[in-house]
Design a protein around this ligand. Structure first.
Ligand code: PNW
Length: 499
């Protein structure tokens, strides 16, 4: 039996326990300067398919996302698609107004490949598509906003998918031709180029697990071939730019990679490193490391697993010396998309089907129920993870210049979006802390300017600083509380307490 005193103490402890709110993990204390460095660029990001609409307007051809959503409405949570989305194709001026209100330094957006080359090939060149982006770029510059352009944000021309898409190496030459068209038309004004957005999300769900367009299920095989071809296409584009256009245009080029940060409950550094090599290193190591090629740990594991499956060659297609050398060093900066963290540990039983990336990865991911959770089931607020990732990048890739190209929070779309503000506050603080620790971070893009088509989640998860009235053909934009807060950040170049 517990005495009354013991019961009282027990009650008190339970109470103190419940005082630790999930939002407590979503704050960070400043360690150094509370101001962003003088030339630090603050902006917002979007992507073409998620906001533009006008899916077949003015000669645009179909992309794999047009086909995926039209042919498999069941695979989108609300059976929606990007046919009209926020209609930025016709209503860019509304976005521009919001960008001006926010006072951003830059705007990161992507170009729809199928507006430029409707069937993916140069022979289908579409002047109206080029005109649209000329207008966007000119209007941004006229308002003192730097355009930061992503060449490819997941919307592969459907015609190229007929050839196997990213699993066929012909993709490399198609991509170079497309990239050159962009450089020729826009490179006089665009000085920051991102070749690919998140190859991990193109290859793993697109060609491995099959949950995203083009929906190919080839785990542990198709995904690895896809990485290989994207890395080659990126490198070839970088070399083309440097050798033929850089002298005249003087811009800079990089790739955007995404990863979450792996946290070990038992402080097991090997687990943390393993997770990051598989999630980030597979794409970062070939480009950003001194030695090039895939991370050693992956080369070894996948060769061993492949052999055990009776294969003569590894499922991870390796580079020859020519490609290793050609890919290594093809960057002026690293674009990083960061959203969340997870606990990582080696599982007691093998995970996933055999073969698969998950089986090779051999890491179990869990979330902490104490972390503040967003609407997206994978997204938690744990800003220490961003600090951890930036430290990893600093040490692993020789303190490469980093641009945070996406960071954001999803909810139901409420205007009073206090959790989004908490998220931004703490993650901007992580950026400042990392800069204090020596990271070379030069820009930050909040994802996203407006609520948009969140891929297989349709319009059920909202990431915007601005709400979009999807019921009205005018698609009016309304500033959320977080937009007002972010403007304050940009105005003061600091992270204000109050909002
Ligand atoms: C990004 N993760 O993808 C994309 O670039 C955007 O198009 C997208 O809207 C945004 O994130 C929000 O989902 C990610 O699992 C997908 O950590 C998954 C992860 C991160 C980013």
């Amino acid at each position: 039996m517990l005495s009354l005193g013991q019961l009282l103490i027990f009650g008190l402890l339970v109470n103190i326990g419940s005082l630790v709110k999930s939002s407590d993990n979503c704050t960070l204390r400043p360690r150094g300067s509370t101001k962003f460095p003088k030339n630090f660029s603050l902006g917002v990001a979007t992507s073409a398919y998620q906001i533009e609409g006008g899916w077949n307007a003015d000669g645009k051809g179909p992309s794999i996302w047009d086909e995926f959503t039209h042919e498999n409405p069941d695979r989108i949570k609300d059976r929606s698609n990007g046919d009209s989305a926020a209609n930025s194709y016709q209503l860019f001026d509304l976005d521009l107004k919001a960008l001006k209100e926010l006072k951003v330094d830059h705007y990161r957006f992507s170009i729809a490949r199928t507006r430029i080359f409707p069937n993916g090939d140069v022979s289908s060149r579409n002047q109206k598509g080029i005109d649209y982006y000329n207008t966007v770029i000119d209007k941004l510059l006229a308002n003192g906003i730097e355009p930061m352009v992503t060449m490819y944000h997941w919307d592969l021309p459907a015609e190229i998918q007929k050839l196997g898409g990213f699993t066929n190496s012909v993709i490399i030459n198609y991509f170079i031709a497309y990239a050159e068209e962009l450089i020729i038309n826009f490179g006089d004004r665009v000085k920051t180029w991102i070749t690919f957005n998140e190859p991990m999300q193109t290859c793993k769900p697109g060609y491995g697990e099959g949950g995203s367009a083009p929906g190919i299920k080839s785990p542990g095989v198709g995904d690895y071939i896809c990485f290989n071809n994207i890395l080659k296409a990126h490198a070839a584009t970088y070399h083309l730019y440097r050798s033929k256009y850089f002298e005249k245009q003087g811009g800079r080029m990089g790739i955007t990679l995404d990863t979450f940060f792996g946290v070990s409950k038992t402080n097991n550094e090997a687990d943390v490193d393993r997770a990051l090599q598989y999630l980030l290193g597979i794409l970062a190591h070939p480009i950003y490391s001194k030695t090039g090629g895939y991370p050693e740990i992956m080369v070894k594991d996948i060769a061993k697993n492949s052999q055990a499956e009776g294969r003569k060659v590894s499922r991870l297609p390796d580079f020859n010396e020519y490609w290793k050398a050609t890919i290594r060093g093809t960057f002026d900066f690293l674009g990083l998309n960061f959203y969340t963290s997870k606990y990582v540990e080696r599982p007691s039983e093998p995970l996933g089907e055999n073969p698969s990336m998950l089986r090779d990865y051999d890491i179990e991911e869990t979330a902490d129920p104490k972390w503040l959770k967003a609407k997206s089931n994978w997204l938690y607020c744990y800003p220490l993870g961003l600090e951890g990732l930036l430290k990893f990048v600093r040490e692993e890739y020789d303190n490469v210049e980093v641009k945070i190209t996406e960071n954001g929070w999803s909810d139901e779309g409420e205007l009073d979006d206090n959790n989004r503000i908490l998220y931004y506050k703490s993650h901007l603080q992580a950026v400042l802390n990392a800069i204090h620790d020596g990271s070379n971070i030069t820009s930050y893009s909040a994802w996203s300017l407006v609520d948009n088509f969140e891929w297989s989640k349709g319009y059920t998860e909202k990431f915007g600083l601005y709400s979009v009235n999807m019921k009205s053909p005018k698609r009016e934009r309304v500033a959320k509380k977080s937009a007002i807060y972010y403007r304050k950040v940009i105005e003061t170049r600091s992270i204000p307490d109050e909002f």
